[in-house]
Design a protein around this ligand. Structure first.
Ligand code: UTP
Length: 472
């Protein structure tokens, strides 16, 4: 079809859906831009878009959160009693076997826009480690390499990007020689996007020939794993489990035998790690049981009186916070795709860069839609939760400064390194407030967990106040 013919039919389509303004700058576009814009319009599913506009914009009523939910139960971070001790030991053994036999893949979601961090480029390329300034991607790659070496296997790594950062991410991996990993074991794929809307339901334009879009949320991973061929690739390799984490958490223990083993022993389809919330209103999702199914209820949706409710021992009734660490079965994701069980969309009112009716770039409040991966939890036939210790596994780099920032993450990396060394018998200089009086970084190749240190004590130098020490 010619451009003009396409233009005419799409113009009619847009008119029927009250989105004619998308072609407002048509006469100012060159042929390439025209073709590009038409292709973007053709990709939009207007039947769905009309429903979203009604539901999330014109007649938006926040979902009524069910009140008949109870806190979810969980495995403690360390076994409680001899029966559990036996089960944990069995789980660790099984987890190790599953890793060693190549049944577990690493899966990081890195398609977000990282607006709060304000870093130019994919967040995974942010330099974070306290001594060597390694990037997040490099830390993960080194952990994966160290795991592959430890278990004498090849652990494949799946990296989800979005159209907004895909090419840059590919280039970062290429120019870093895939951080020493075999590039055939690194599968980088893109998630989808959804258009951005004005508060009155118009699709926004980022430029005269570009529709404003944002990634469809980490829940987009469920469809993207399928559509990209990542699931097929996993099947071909014999992968049964994915270890899922977010790109901004350098403390992640990607291949945790206990977590993998408990998940497999309990025949779960999607499982989660949780931490005990720092307070009633900590901004993490809450693990609950709704109709008997593990469900994450966002902090903003948990009524205050429930958030504040305490057990007789003083602990919070809803104490389990979600940290976006999951084991997900490949077959579970296949099933969700086969059943076309799409995850629900959520609305977020955010500042969006776009052009106004005069073609000038402006930033104004608009609506983004996204799905969340934890909405897959209630769809799993079985789902377990394992508690973890915050200082061991969770340091999200969300902001440039303040809470959950670059600074807090670096400090937590130092704290964990100091704790690991100390528990192996190394003396750590401490400040009066108890924090480590030195900069410390342990290479993943040296230790993936604190137990790895004990065998290598002779390689660790004396650590003096104010030292900067990289242990590799
Ligand atoms: P966040 O919720 O922190 O969002 O993502 P973000 O886009 O990275 O950062 P802000 O909100 O703009 O500051 C949590 C994790 O989910 C991934 C992110 O890359 C991060 O690892 N994510 C988020 C995706 O992969 N895709 C998305 O569409 C959204």
């Amino acid at each position: 079809m010619s451009i003009e013919k396409d233009y005419k039919s799409l113009k009619k389509l847009l008119k029927n859906h009250h989105q004619s303004h998308i072609l407002a700058f048509w006469d100012q576009l060159n042929e390439g831009q025209k073709q590009n814009l038409l292709a973007q319009i053709q990709d939009l599913d207007f039947a769905k878009i009309d429903v979203w506009i009604e539901k999330f914009i014109k007649n938006y009523i926040p979902d009524v959160i069910k009140t008949d939910f109870v806190p979810a139960s969980s495995y403690n971070s360390t076994p409680l009693g001899p029966d559990q001790q036996r089960k944990y030991a069995e789980a660790v053994k099984l987890g190790r076997e599953l890793i060693a036999t190549g049944k577990v893949a690493a899966f990081v979601v890195a398609g977000g826009q990282g607006t709060r961090l304000g870093f130019d480029g994919p967040k995974g390329n942010f330099p974070i480690s306290p001594v060597k300034n390694k990037t997040l991607f490099q830390i993960f790659a080194e952990s994966i390499a160290a795991t592959s070496k430890k278990y004498q296997t090849d652990c494949p790594w799946y990296v989800m990007t979005s159209p907004l950062n895909h090419d840059e991410t590919i280039e970062i991996f290429r120019s870093n020689n895939h951080y020493g990993l075999d590039k055939n074991n690194v599968f980088i794929f893109q998630q989808g996007t959804l258009p951005n809307f004005s508060p009155d339901g118009r699709i926004l334009l980022a430029e005269k020939a570009t529709i404003a879009c944002s990634p469809d949320g980490h829940g987009g991973s469920i469809v993207a794993l399928h559509q990209s061929g990542a699931l097929d690739d996993m099947k071909r390799r014999g992968i049964e489990f994915m270890s899922y984490w977010q790109v901004d958490n350098p403390l992640i223990n990607i291949f945790d035998p206990l977590f993998i083993g408990l998940h497999a022993l309990d025949k779960a389809e999607m499982s989660s790690k949780a931490l005990i919330k720092a307070g009633p209103k900590e901004k993490v999702g809450n693990f609950c049981l709704v109709d008997g199914r593990v469900t994450v209820i966002e902090y903003s949706d948990l009524p205050d009186e429930l958030a504040e409710k305490r057990n007789p021992d003083g602990s919070l009734v809803f104490e389990l916070g979600s940290i976006a660490i999951h084991i997900i079965n490949r077959t579970f994701v296949e099933k969700l795709n086969a059943d076309d069980s799409s995850l629900p969309l959520h609305r977020a009112a955010k500042k969006i860069l776009h052009i106004d009716e005069n073609g000038n770039t402006v930033e104004s409040e608009g609506i983004k839609l996204e799905s969340f991966v934890f909405d897959a939890l209630p769809l799993a036939s079985k789902s377990i939760i394992l508690q973890t210790i915050r200082s061991e596994e969770f340091a999200p780099t969300k902001n440039a400064t303040g809470i959950d920032s670059v600074e807090t993450t670096r400090q937590m990396m130092i704290t964990r390194a100091a704790n690991w060394l100390e528990s192996a018998g190394v003396t750590i200089p401490r400040k009066p407030d108890g924090s480590a009086d030195c900069l410390l970084e342990i290479a993943p190749s040296f230790a993936l967990e604190k137990e790895d240190i004990k065998e290598k004590l002779n390689q660790i130098p004396d650590i003096k106040p104010s030292d900067r020490i990289y242990i590799s």
